[in-house]
Design a protein. Structure first.
Length: 553
């Protein structure tokens, strides 16, 4: 998938003993979006924007050691090793000769096939890391200007971490002008280094440069055009994050010192074997307890009391990514952790006063947002016609951000219809959920509509569910509970085997429980989303309701 950017020059920094000017160059191919203001909270902003940079460059994927040089040295020493062996073991000359011939053949084959690749890869990484660090920024951050705040969003290189920094206008002591919208900004490593020079005694002007939209057409040669061919997985990961944010979660409020103690334990120890998890032990009215495996070190958080209604134990992995929060501890008032369940994503929300920082982590590092988790399948899936969707998004454009209940009351629609429409726009990259304020926000991820036929089906489960429905292999039953939730049960015939999936959906049509007798669920539970049998069961009941509703009305 190709993204075209055109910047009016490059982002730049102007510094003097008493003033710092930060000017971001926006993408001029998008609708005019700009912002000019003077920072009032210098140090919190510096730490927060630096933490966002840590998300951008984060890559915790396992990288094997480069043994190219050792293997080349070993090949050069082979003759000496063989000569020494011959001198010490004269009686096995014939066997060694045959072995040597075989080894030489293997070495020649491997060297001819693999050595050019390893050499080229090593030269490439040396060039990237030492000569041209800006290439590390796979996609420039997305920045959105709204009437109440300006926020940045980014994605890590390993596609397992999502970062969002929201700055309300109270962060700025003076705002000169702004135009609402979404754009990409030119964000280089040099600009990050300049962020570190922000000081409270120096006035700092923050600008998403509006002049980028005032250059005449004949001056297009002054623009910097960038074309990036991104994998579909990067874009799909962004969509999955927004869908996961809307799912039911256990909320745990942590004091900044408790977050410090978590990172302190992780920094002092290095796990050499599994399991590498953190167990949250949640008891209503009691301090939160966290057990770190494999050392079984227990941390009690006396400043952090669990306010939930039911006890629970939730296990999360990929904990090294929490180091991104380290710079936020001195400036944070509190942290809120949203746990979707064992092995499922988690969100860490830092309250920075007039700012908020959201760190979204997939179930574990290799279980990235884009390929492994289908959380859009667990989000509200109510079928909403195109006219209703248009009404909802038009109303959202009027306010830029609004809660679903408020939209439902204003438009005279059912909450489920509004959630279905917002879910469709979220999965199309045109809206996002703000976990901090509990509202949906208008945010166009790209200038052109996303190719949903390529992004929607990253795996075959939803397509397989559609095939099961068309084959008439689903026998579904539906039970309505008094609290508004629904229980879906039934049987699905697939390949000569009968499976018995079960789903529980809350009043907002989000999956909160699920089970199935198939091997996919036995292996993964809901960590990678529902299996095709659960999806088929849900779709069958939805189709039944679509047919029955007009008769009831």
């Amino acid at each position: 998938m190709q993204f075209d950017y055109r910047y009016a020059g490059s982002s730049r920094v102007a510094t003097s003993p008493g003033h710092t000017g930060l000017a971001f160059a926006p993408d001029t191919l998008r609708a005019p979006t700009y912002f000019v203001g003077h920072l009032g909270q210098h140090l919190p902003f510096r730490e927060a924007i630096s933490a966002l940079h840590d998300v951008v460059v984060s890559d915790l994927r396992f990288t094997p050691k480069d043994r190219t040089e050792y293997e080349a040295w070993l090949q050069q020493q082979e003759a000496a090793f063989l000569a020494d062996a011959l001198a010490r073991h004269a009686g096995v000359t014939e066997r060694i000769s045959a072995t040597k011939a075989e080894l030489n053949s293997l070495w020649r084959t491997e060297a001819a096939v693999m050595k050019p690749y390893w050499d080229a890869r090593k030269r490439f990484y040396d060039f990237v890391y030492k000569k041209y660090r800006d290439f590390l920024f796979v996609l420039d951050p997305v920045i959105t200007v709204h009437p109440d705040e300006i926020f940045f969003e980014c994605f890590s290189q390993d596609e397992s971490s999502y970062g969002r920094l929201g700055c309300s206008y109270e962060v700025f002591e003076q705002i000169d002008e702004f135009a609402c919208g979404t754009t990409n900004i030119d964000y280089s490593a040099d600009l990050y280094n300049e962020f570190q020079k922000i000081r409270s005694y120096k006035s700092t002007q923050f600008k998403v440069d509006p002049s980028g939209f005032e250059v005449e057409t004949e001056h297009e040669d002054t623009y910097k055009e960038v074309k990036i061919d991104l994998p579909d997985s990067w874009v799909r990961g962004f969509l999955q994050v927004s869908s996961a944010m809307t799912l039911p979660a256990r909320r745990v409020d942590l004091h900044p010192m408790d977050v410090h103690n978590i990172l302190f334990i992780l920094k002092r120890r290095k796990e050499r074997e599994g399991p590498r998890s953190m167990r949250y032990h949640l008891t209503p009215g009691a301090p939160v307890r966290i057990v770190f495996e494999p050392w079984n070190v227990e941390l009690e958080c006396p400043r952090s009391i669990y306010r939930g209604d039911t006890p629970d134990e939730i296990r999360v992995w990929g904990r090294r990514r929490l180091m991104i929060l380290e710079r936020l501890i001195p400036v944070a008032k509190s942290f809120s952790v949203f746990l979707l369940g064992t092995g499922l994503p988690s969100f860490y929300l830092a309250d920075l006063g007039s700012m908020s920082f959201t760190l979204g982590l997939s179930g574990w590092t290799t279980n990235d947002w884009s390929r492994m988790g289908n959380f859009d399948l667990m989000a509200p899936r109510a079928r909403v016609d195109a006219d209703t969707q248009l009404r909802v998004v038009t109303a959202l454009r009027e306010t830029w951000q609004e809660a679903p209940q408020s939209l439902a009351q204003r438009l005279g629609l059912a909450r489920s219809e509004v959630l279905g429409a917002l879910g469709a726009y979220t999965q199309a990259g045109r809206a996002m959920y703000d976990l901090n304020k509990g509202v949906y926000r208008l945010r166009e991820l790209s200038r052109e509509p996303l190719p949903m036929d390529r992004l929607r089906f990253a795996n075959e489960r939803e397509a397989a569910a559609e095939r099961l429905l068309e084959a008439g292999a689903v026998d579904a039953r539906l039970e309505h509970r008094r609290d508004g939730s629904t229980v879906h049960t039934g049987t699905v015939r697939d390949g000569g085997t009968v499976y018995t999936p079960r789903l529980v959906l809350d009043a907002d049509q989000r999956i909160i429980e699920g089970s199935c007798t198939c091997s996919f669920f036995v292996r993964n539970k809901l960590m990678k989303g529902p299996c095709e049998h659960m999806i088929a069961l849900r779709r069958a009941n939805e189709r039944h309701l679509d047919l029955v509703s007009p008769l009831l009305n």
